[in-house]
Design a protein around this ligand. Structure first.
Ligand code: C5P
Length: 216
């Protein structure tokens, strides 16, 4: 299979030295890329800034902002069988970027934020391609993930609870629930991200096969 995987956080500049970002480490996405390569698949990895070595035999496309990730996904989408949107793309960016470093004045400073373009929601429909979204939630994990599955037109969504300190973002371990469009759910209990990644790659490949053989 030909995978396209997005990884890591994005950085949304405020001025030449400051940015808005999040705690995503990229570990889950890089583990999925490693597992896919180990299983003999082809991988293009579009990565925000992370401190991880590039997986072997993988084309890595480095990006920083949500806009750059949007463009990179659209550029590399063609011919990919499975898109895994694991990146924690910023939902908002500063409405304008100051060309000079913003000076401290001692009074309150208000930043105006504007929504970024949603990459998943922007994708053209294609029966050949399986689209996987991720949902990092701190509460009502399954309810919120189910809403995202529909709103973002995903075939399946991998939900994880990022409220626990020892699981999810930045951690080497994770526990996930996979939600499918037909209402089926699968749970993978707490395990190292490498083990979870191996399971996920199998689940994605099976789901892609099923999607192709389905009549409707
Ligand atoms: O809405 P939320 O950011 O929680 O959705 C998470 C999912 O949506 C992830 O798969 C993420 O990669 C994707 N996403 C996107 N474009 C954005 C923001 C998030 O594709 N601008």
């Amino acid at each position: 299979m030909r995978f396209l995987i997005t990884a890591g956080p994005t950085r949304e500049p405020i001025d030449p030295v400051r940015y808005l970002s999040n705690r995503s480490s990229g570990k889950m996405a890089y583990a999925i890329a490693d597992a896919a390569i180990a299983a003999g698949h082809d991988v293009v990895l579009i990565s925000g800034p992370v401190n991880l070595p590039a997986p072997r035999d993988t084309q890595v496309v480095a990006v920083a902002t949500a806009d750059e990730m949007f463009d990179a996904v659209h550029r590399h989408l063609d011919g990919r069988d499975i898109l895994v949107m694991c990146a924690a793309v910023a939902d908002y960016k500063p409405a304008s970027v100051s060309p000079q470093k913003i000076k401290k004045t001692g009074s309150d400073l208000t930043l105006e934020l504007t929504p970024t373009r949603d990459i998943l929601a922007s994708l053209p429909q294609d029966r050949q391609r399986l689209v996987v979204g991720f949902a990092a939630e701190t509460n009502d994990v399954e309810i919120n993930a189910k809403k995202k599955l529909r709103a973002k037109n995903c075939d399946l969504i991998v939900a994880n609870d990022v409220s626990a300190r020892d699981s999810g973002m930045e951690s080497d371990e994770n526990a996930v629930t996979i939600l499918f469009r037909d209402g089926e759910t699968k749970k993978i209990s707490r395990a190292p991200k490498k083990i979870i990644a191996r399971e996920l790659v199998k689940i994605f490949c099976d789901a892609r096969e099923k999607r192709l053989t389905k009549k409707t």
